[in-house]
Design a protein around this ligand. Structure first.
Ligand SMILES: CC(=O)N[C@H]1[C@@H](OP(=O)(O)OP(=O)(O)OC[C@H]2O[C@@H](n3ccc(=O)[nH]c3=O)[C@H](O)[C@@H]2O)O[C@H](CO)[C@@H](O)[C@@H]1O
Ligand SMILES: C=C(OP(=O)(O)O)C(=O)O
Length: 420
């Protein structure tokens, strides 16, 4: 298991190129299951989750061609020879559940392992299943698997989601593209990654309107065609490196970053004393004065994203004054707190809220990553801390961030990966 060794105290200065979005790329690869033709995706991030999704699609029998031979573009497509998503792949990556809707829509059957919980919460999939049942699927849970069939094909329906779930919206959206008639998804999630998926599906011949509005209307078609699509930039990677510039008192250009996708994150950075400006290349993030405490509550988009909560917790640990961070999306997303406290942070958790009392400085320590974003919050703390931080269980980070050590070192960070 690899480790990172970080020696803190250097302000980051330079350029970081933002890669394609993990949370868009994974669903766009799944969209390849909806057509027998080639779906070509470019700006693919080179991360472990994409490799896992590639394994899953290959298990379904479709071809996944590495177009440039370097993992930056994939062509997905072909006949589906297996409708089973096995436990060993689904348990590695929860986004695997998204094959359920497309397999049902195209093959009229699917057998997908139940994903189970993960470090940040129990994460049930009841809304995915109820929505597919509303579209006419018969669903049985047996031996840890979801057995789903729709012998006559799926039929459009009006579905009201009790909560704007990202995954449920995406699963139902993809299933509905090949259903008979009109489907309406009310209280649909509005995350920009869903907008990217809709744009790609429409290029493939789907008939979807209402993107970004909270109600998606899908008129089913007989078949989808091939297309080419560039994956949107990763707004969470961008926000994460913006925090790196902020916590180290640096000045960093985030090439390809987009202000529009970052809304609440940029407003919070500015409130905390970090300046963000946009030009034709991307974003410039710099801090000239002290960091100030702010209050944050995570919410579905356009609110403050839960996937940025851990990184802000590191930033606010060294801000002047107190901050309160309330997590409303996942019930167990404070696993980074005890690790940050080991580095000298003063954070108390009360239920779904954390009170952070800013300290002057953090001190390096051996720490352990528990999930993807928690891992990066510890890197951020390490970049700002005095002395050496050793971060173990780096595989969590490799799921979703490409070339972390290269991108940070190019801006002057002292960070090294020790391979074991
Ligand atoms: C691969 C991917 O894109 N992952 C993102 C996606 O996860 P994911 O799609 O899993 O997140 P959801 O929006 O579905 O989940 C939000 C909340 O709803 C609950 N829920 C969800 C579905 C369901 O059927 N029943 C239910 O109770 C979940 O347990 C969670 O507490 O959106 C999250 C919220 O922005 C992000 O943190 C994840 O990074
Ligand atoms: C929670 C995340 O991802 P996943 O849904 O794949 O676990 C994330 O990207 O922060």
């Amino acid at each position: 298991m690899d480790r990172f060794i970080i020696r803190g105290g250097r302000p980051l200065r330079g350029e970081i190129v933002i890669g394609g979005a993990k949370n868009a790329g994974l669903k766009l690869m799944v969209a390849g299951l909806l057509t027998a033709e080639r779906l070509v995706l470019t700006n693919v991030p080179r991360i472990a989750d994409i490799a896992t999704m590639r394994d899953l699609l290959i298990q379904h029998g479709v071809a996944v061609e590495d177009v440039n031979g370097d993992g930056s573009a994939y062509a997905v497509g072909g006949e589906i020879t297996s409708t089973e998503a096995p436990y060993d792949i689904v348990s590695k990556m929860r986004a695997s559940i998204l094959v359920l809707g497309p397999l049902l829509a195209r093959c009229r059957e699917a057998r997908v392992s139940l994903p189970g919980g993960c470090a940040i919460g129990t994460r049930p999939v009841d809304m995915h299943l109820k929505g597919l049942e509303a579209l006419g699927a018969e669903i049985r849970l047996e031996n840890g698997y979801i057995n789903a069939r729709a012998p006559e094909g799926l039929i459009g329906e009006r579905i009201i989601l009790p909560f704007a779930s990202v995954g449920a919206t995406e699963n139902l959206l993809m299933a509905a593209t090949l259903a008979k008639g009109r489907t309406e998804i009310v209280n649909a999630a509005r995350e920009p990654e869903i907008g990217d998926l809709v744009a790609c599906l429409n290029k493939m011949g789907a008939r979807i309107s209402g993107s970004g509005s909270g109600t998606l209307v899908i008129d089913g078609v007989e078949a989808l065609q091939g297309a080419e699509h560039r994956i949107m930039p990763d707004r969470i990677e961008c926000g994460t490196y913006a925090c790196a510039a902020g916590i180290t008192g640096g000045d960093v250009r985030l090439v390809g970053g987009r202000l529009d996708d970052l809304g609440a994150v940029v407003r919070t950075l500015e409130e905390a004393g970090v300046e963000v400006t946009e030009d034709e290349k991307g974003l410039r993030v710099r801090r000239t004065g002290a960091l100030r405490g702010v209050d944050i509550m995570t919410e579905p988009y356009p609110g403050f994203p839960t996937d940025m909560q851990a990184q802000f917790m590191a930033l606010l640990s060294v801000a002047e004054g107190a901050s309160m961070v309330t997590e409303t999306i996942f019930e167990n997303r404070f696993m980074h707190v005890p690790e940050l406290n080991r580095m000298g942070a003063r954070i108390n958790v009360h239920g779904s809220s954390a009170i952070i009392r800013g300290v002057h400085a953090l001190s390096g320590a051996p720490v352990m990553a528990t999930d993807l974003r928690a891992s990066f919050s510890l890197i951020l703390a390490g970049l700002a801390a005095h002395g050496e931080t050793i971060l173990s269980r780096v595989y969590h980070l490799d799921r979703g961030y490409e070339a972390v050590e290269r991108k940070l070192a190019a801006c002057g960070a002292n960070i090294e990966r020790v391979r074991e």
